[in-house]
Ligand binder design. Structure first.
Ligand code: CDT
Length: 310
């Protein structure tokens, strides 16, 4: 059997701090049109795809950065994405900063949505693993204040869409095996994942030369170990003086990269993904029902840090 979904990893080059949302949305629309011309059904955009990666700067009053967030989705700047998707019959995954009014309080999340080919939102995900730090750390060459600007989401989920079982994650989530396994246990067949990854990580400069290796290592392992497609999409290039990795890739359930971007700019990498390729892994080596031993894994869900048993 074959269940094909034509997918595009819609990498973005840098977004300048003063770029308007309209300018950015025009770049996303160009991706949608080009992808449609190449027979694509699902376009995967990066994390925080509507703005520059603002957590690199500290402001004492978070409200100063409210313009980087979306209060509604679709909203005035983004409605055209949904209208175009519906008109073209092409869907998308989009990462953005979300400002939500819940229980009379404002909450900030690093969010992604999955939109079907009819322009309807079928799923929303709020980033669980927020990297970086919660306070200004002026010793750094630049900040990574996701723990300051966002609250964490509380779960990983999957949705019935595109004729299969589709999951979402965001950037740092891709480094954690739990991300893929939770969705794997829900039968995921394709994980969509946008990222913004600076080449330089101030607390660990010794990792800088390995940033692309680590990017692919974790996504390829997550795909293979859960018998799922993984689509990882960068916002890349030199953004406001900070170099960000590219390396957007579509990864098969075998763990092999089957399509990849080769620039650090706006670029599409396209693959015809057969969701039924997952079966060969899900029913043999990674047949969870037959081979997993959850009785041996209790610590994973119950303990956060290392506790040595002596
Ligand atoms: N956006 C995001 O999650 N970036 C992180 C940077 C980690 S270094 C603080 C990542 O894991 O790629």
């Amino acid at each position: 059997m074959s269940r094909f979904v034509n997918v595009a990893a819609a990498q973005l080059g840098p977004i300048a701090r003063n770029e308007t949302k309209k300018q950015v949305v025009d770049r996303l629309l160009a991706h949608l049109h080009q992808a449609k011309a190449m027979g694509v059904e699902l376009v995967v955009f990066p994390e925080l795809a509507l703005t520059t990666f603002f957590p690199r700067w500290y402001v004492e009053d978070k409200a100063e950065f409210d313009a980087f967030y979306e209060r509604e989705m679709p909203g005035p700047d983004t409605q055209i994405l949904f209208d175009t998707a519906a008109k073209l019959g092409i869907g998308f995954y989009l990462g953005y900063a979300e400002l939500a009014m819940e229980g009379g309080q404002l909450h900030r999340y690093n969010t992604s949505i999955l939109v079907e080919r009819n322009g309807q939102i079928v799923g929303k995900y709020r980033k669980v693993h927020l990297p970086g730090h919660a306070k200004d750390e002026p010793w750094r060459a630049f900040q990574h204040l996701e723990k300051y600007y966002f609250e964490p989401g509380d779960t990983f989920d999957v949705w019935q869409a595109y004729g299969g079982t589709i999951g979402m994650a965001l950037c740092n989530d891709r480094r954690w095996s739990e991300t893929y396994r939770i969705m794997g246990l829900k039968g995921v067949e394709m994980v969509l994942l946008g990222y913004n990854t600076p080449v330089h990580n101030p607390p660990a400069p010794e990792h800088d030369d390995l940033s692309m290796f680590h990017n692919h290592l974790v996504m390829q392992a997550g795909a293979y170990q859960n018998g799922t497609w993984v689509v990882g999409v960068a916002k890349a290039g030199n953004e406001e003086g900070i170099e960000m990795i590219g390396g957007s890739a579509i990864i098969a359930p075998s763990g092999e990269i089957v399509a990849a971007c080769s620039t650090k700019g706006d670029e599409l990498a396209i693959a015809r993904c057969d969701l039924d390729l997952c079966n060969s892994y899900k029913t043999t080596t990674f047949n969870f029902e037959v081979h997993r031993r959850p009785e041996a894994y209790g610590l994973i869900a119950n303990q956060r840090g290392v506790v040595r048993p002596w």
